[in-house]
Every structure is written in C-alpha cells, then in structure tokens.
Design a protein around this ligand. Structure first.
Ligand code: 1CP
Length: 333
C-alpha cells in the first residue's frame, strides 16, 4: 500500500507522508524554463508530454510521496467551451457564460477537449506505481468553480455585488458543473489517479447560512461519487468557518486544513485523517523558524493520521533549500 493510502485508509500514525500543494510550479527553476517558452498556460496543460514532465519535476528533485498532476481547476469551464485565459500578473480571465450552448455539451465533447490531461495522468501514474507512490487527481469544488465561471476572474475578497441575483441560473450552472466534475473525476481515476483532492479555495467567501446550498450538498454528492469509485477523497474547504461541521456532513476520507485554523482544535474535534496546515509564508523566513514551525505540526499530529502539506499553495518566491529543509525535518522526525 502507498504511504498516503496507509494514512487515509488504514489510519496509520507511524508515518508522516508529504506532498506540497502547487509543488509543480513557479518556485522551480526547471518549471520556469519550460514556462518561458510556453506563454499559453492552457496549451501547456494540454501538452501531455510537457505536463507529465512538469508533474514529475518535483518528484525527481525531492523525496515526496505523491505527484499532483499539472493541470488546473479551470480546465472544467474550458472543457465546457467557456473561454479561459491566464493573464500575466493578473490571473485567470474567463469569457461570457452561454448557458444554452453549455447545456448541449455531452461527455464526449468534454473529454475530447481536455483529453491530454488524462493521457498525462496515465503516463505519470505508471511512473509513480513503480515506486509505490500516489498520483493525485483533483477538481475544483462546485462552489469555487461557480465563482470563477460567473465572476469571470479571481474574486480576491468577495464576489460581484449581483452574484446571487439569478438563483435559477446559478442552480442550472451548478447542475452542469456537478455533472461534468463527475465525468472529469471518473476519467482521472480510470487513467490512474488513486487519490482525489477537491479544492474549495473560495469556501471562505460564503456566509455560514449559505454553506448547505453551495458547499455541503454539492460537495457531498461529489464525495459520494468518488467513494463509489473506490478511491479516497481529500477535501480542502479553504477558510471555511466550521471544519468540524463540514467533516460531519460531507464525510471526506481526509480533510486538508488552511493556516488560519488552530491545529489543536482540529486534533481535538476531528477524528478523520488530517492534511496540511503550515503557513506557506514560513518557507520565506529562515531554516530555524521553518524547523520549529514544522515540528509544531508534527508534534500536534503525532498520534493522529496525518499527511504533511502546507495550508495553501507554495509561494513562487520560495527557495529550493527551504523545501529541502522542510522535507528533511519531516522525514527525520
Ligand atoms: O506559470 C503560471 O503563471 C501559472 C501558474 C499556475 C499553476 C502552476 C496556475 C494558474 N495554475 C497552476 C497549476 C495548478 N493549479 C495545479 C497544479 C498542480 C500542483 O499543485 O502542483 C493545481 C492543483 C491548481 C489548482 C488551482 N487553480 C486552484 C486551487 C488551489 C488554490 O491555489 O487555491 C485554483 C484556485 C486555481 C486557479 C488558478 N490557476 C492559476 C492561478 C494563478 C489561479 C488562482 C488565481 C486566483 O487567485 O484566483
């Protein structure tokens, strides 16, 4: 069994596997080298030779326990024919959403449009299987995708004022998102992804009274779907106000926590395996501080099934030596 499966499925506490959110990305010089010659981010995600290579870059460099496929949560709206572009120093920009056209798209159109993502997963997972490591497939949670698809850019601190005006439209979009998230997850699993992570990066934007409609119900549907494929599912409802309630209702196989939540509260109140927590900004300080903060999480979760990770993606300005120090600290513990 792989280290991640030992923790998530068997609740093993004697090992602390590690992977890093956004591990394949801009802090790596070898990634920036490829990126320099490939200005179109979506095209890069759809180049299975290069996306496989990028996915494996951190695996070759560091002693990590899992690969996460180099792709993006916005491949879903892209696969549904909504225009998606990544503007330098700005982030994603999406085109207008045509609900009538979107309603006519079928599974085959969708899969055909993003097929290289699955091809890359197939190649990467065949490599990872040789060393008994996991290949993590992922999707954006329905709420977070809805935010990007309607807001058409990053919401930063809040969604547009009139966001919730057309509830009928929102519900129709949510149904389409859910349907194709299942298609996307199924294809990732069929091609070798053996853990699925659901990123709800904008969960923190909602009021608690809206959690049932926009977070709990649609995420529970997805979690049940992943479970039906016999693959463990990790949820990351970033900055949600009540992790405990989320876990009790949605019942993921593991929960990934952000850096604003108190890890002691989590250990005390949450029984399922936990992942992450360390503030990525700690990697911008010094090695002594990094070791201290890393050991804090390792100590707290010593007797709890725990996968080491950060509380959000690794920052582009992170030094390689700090990543090495982080991994060594975990593996020496
Ligand atoms: O070089 C570049 O400019 C591209 C930067 C980049 C990268 C490396 C983007 C644009 N996406 C990615 C890859 C990516 N995105 C991965 C790959 C695997 C890995 O982790 O190594 C993953 C899992 C994602 C997931 C993702 N994309 C999320 C969820 C996680 C999170 O960070 O909260 C979100 C919100 C996105 C949208 C997105 N894509 C890219 C950016 C800059 C953003 C965020 C923009 C925003 O702030 O709204």
């Amino acid at each position: 069994m792989t280290p991640l499966h030992e923790v998530i499925i068997n609740n093993k506490t004697s090992i602390k596997p590690v992977w890093i959110m956004r591990q394949a990305g801009r802090y790596l010089p070898e990634f920036r080298e490829i990126r320099k010659n490939n200005p179109n981010f979506i095209e890069l995600c759809l180049n299975d030779k290069l996306s496989s290579k990028i996915t494996l870059q951190p695996i070759r460099r560091f002693s990590l326990d899992a690969a996460i496929i180099f792709s993006d949560i916005l491949m879903l709206p892209y696969g549904l024919n909504q225009k998606v572009e990544f503007k330098k120093n700005f982030g994603p920009v999406l085109g207008n959403l045509d609900i009538t056209a979107m309603s006519k798209i079928d599974d085959i159109d969708f899969v055909e449009k993003i097929y290289p993502v699955y091809k890359a997963i197939k190649f990467v997972s065949s490599e990872m299987n040789l060393t008994n490591k996991n290949t993590i497939g992922f999707v954006g949670a329905p709420w977070t995708l809805l935010v990007y698809m309607i807001n058409q850019q990053s919401p930063k601190k809040s969604v547009k004022k009139n966001f919730f005006d057309d509830e009928y439209l929102i519900n129709r979009i949510l149904l389409i998102i859910e349907k194709f998230l299942k298609v996307h997850i199924r294809n990732q699993v069929e091609n070798g992804a053996n853990v699925i992570q659901i990123f709800d990066s904008w969960a923190g934007l909602l009021e608690e009274r809206d959690y049932p409609n926009y977070i709990y119900t649609p995420t529970l549907n997805l979690v049940n779907f992943v479970k039906s494929l016999n693959v463990p599912v990790i949820c990351f409802p970033r900055e949600i106000k009540n992790y405990k309630e989320f876990c009790e209702i949605v019942k993921p196989d593991a929960i990934s926590i952000d850096y604003n939540v108190d890890p002691l509260f989590i250990r005390k109140n949450i029984k399922i395996p936990v992942q992450g927590g360390l503030d990525p900004k700690i990697l911008l300080t010094d090695q002594e501080n990094l070791k201290k903060q890393t050991k804090k999480y390792l100590d707290i979760f010593k007797d709890h099934p725990y996968i080491f990770n950060l509380g959000h993606g690794i920052l582009p300005e992170t030094n390689i030596e700090m990543v090495e120090c982080l991994i060594k600290t975990i593996q020496d513990f």
